[in-house]
Write a protein that binds this ligand. Structure first.
Ligand SMILES: [Zn+2]
Length: 98
């Protein structure tokens, strides 16, 4: 299981953020890698019951989100809130094995 350093945004839902690009993803919201995406975790919409998935493209290293904003414009408030770059810009984060 991968853990990121500190991600603290909504502790009720297992995600928190203290700095822009150091993330700690709790096990309760972490999801397994698939063929194209790694560092995957669930986030909860503030405006609906939907659950979106944030993840990093394995080959190209950019971050994506499954919400409509990212899918249509490659920019969304979820990546922005976590300090992750929009528009498919590659971005590494500080990560640690737990
Ligand atoms: Zn999003």
């Amino acid at each position: 299981m991968w853990y990121f350093d500190i991600l603290v945004m909504d502790s009720r839902r297992g995600i928190q953020m203290t700095t822009a690009v150091e993330l700690h993803i709790e096990q309760s919201v972490a999801m397994p890698d698939n063929r194209y995406w790694t560092n995957r975790f669930e986030i909860y919409s503030e405006t609906s019951d939907r659950v979106y998935v944030i993840s990093q493209n394995i080959l190209k290293r950019y971050w994506g989100c499954s919400c409509p904003g990212w899918r249509t414009r490659r920019k969304c408030k979820h990546l922005e809130a976590l300090g992750l770059a929009p528009f498919e810009q590659p971005q590494e984060i500080e990560a640690h094995h737990d």
